[in-house]
Design a protein around this ligand. Structure first.
Ligand code: 13P
Length: 248
């Protein structure tokens, strides 16, 4: 049985004082859950989040990192830097990074390798645009993204990786994929992993759904056999709402 993993992606939201307050309020609401809970916060909140989440079941992640270790990359943060302060997870290849910061599949692959080098656990995002969905290319696009993202990644390394299926048209739009559509896309991802890594390894990979998740729609989506929780954007900014989703 795979565990359920619920991760919040705060994107570019919340200041340190809001971060401390949020985690202090979240802690009693989620302490009994068997789900794994992760908050992916802005770089400037990471240290405060890590301090506040100590001795709780809330894990902390970053939303991006550079693939190089160090050097003349103004404004960038490396995997080693994240690891050095105790960060455990890092989102890689979010569609907003792919769209606004021109991250290619090749860059995503480099970042995953760099994250693994420093024992960070990547949450790797894939997803199709509305145009791609409407032209019937969903499975082709997401399996291609998986293939490139995981190039040269071993079965052993795959155990530290979470995949998040986030259809771009569902992100921040209020349009959620139906539970069936999300399940079908995630099944296609798992079949690709089966082809690449075999039955046992592919069955063990946590694959989340993300895109306009709310406490009102998450239960049905999380009940699908191949969906192992979610990556939550907007709804993760409200502590009550996030706690409801995290404890389903
Ligand atoms: P929303 O939940 O706001 O649609 O965002 C999803 C997302 O991008 C999480 O990474």
């Amino acid at each position: 049985m795979r565990r359920k993993v619920i991760a919040g992606n705060w994107k570019m939201n919340k200041l340190p004082n809001e971060t401390i307050d949020f985690i202090q309020k979240l802690e009693p609401l989620v302490k009994e859950t068997g789900n794994e809970i992760i908050l992916c916060v802005p770089y400037t909140d990471l240290f405060y989040a890590l301090m506040t989440a100590q001795n709780t079941n809330i894990k902390i992640g970053a939303q991006n990192m550079h693939f190089e270790e160090k050097g003349a990359y103004t404004g960038e943060v490396s995997g080693e830097m994240l690891k050095s302060i105790g960060v455990e997870y890092v989102i890689i290849g979010h569609s907003e990074r792919r769209a606004y910061f021109l991250e290619t599949n090749e860059i995503v692959n480099k970042k995953i390798k760099a994250a693994l080098k420093y024992d960070l656990k990547p949450i790797v995002c894939v997803g199709e645009s509305l145009e791609q969905r409407e032209s019937g290319k969903t499975n082709e696009i997401i399996t291609e993204q998986i293939q490139y993202a995981l190039k040269d990644i071993t079965s052993e390394q795959l155990k530290s990786i979470i995949v998040a299926y986030e259809p771009i048209w569902a992100i921040g739009t209020g349009k959620t994929a139906t539970a069936e559509d999300a399940e079908n896309a995630i099944k296609a991802i798992r079949s690709k992993l089966l082809e690449m890594y075999g039955q046992q390894t592919s069955q063990g990979v946590i694959i989340q759904y993300g895109g306009s998740l709310k406490s009102t729609n998450a239960k049905e989506i999380f009940s699908m056999p191949n969906i192992d929780g979610g990556l939550v954007g907007g709804a993760s900014l409200d502590v009550e709402e996030f706690s409801k989703i995290a404890t389903i």
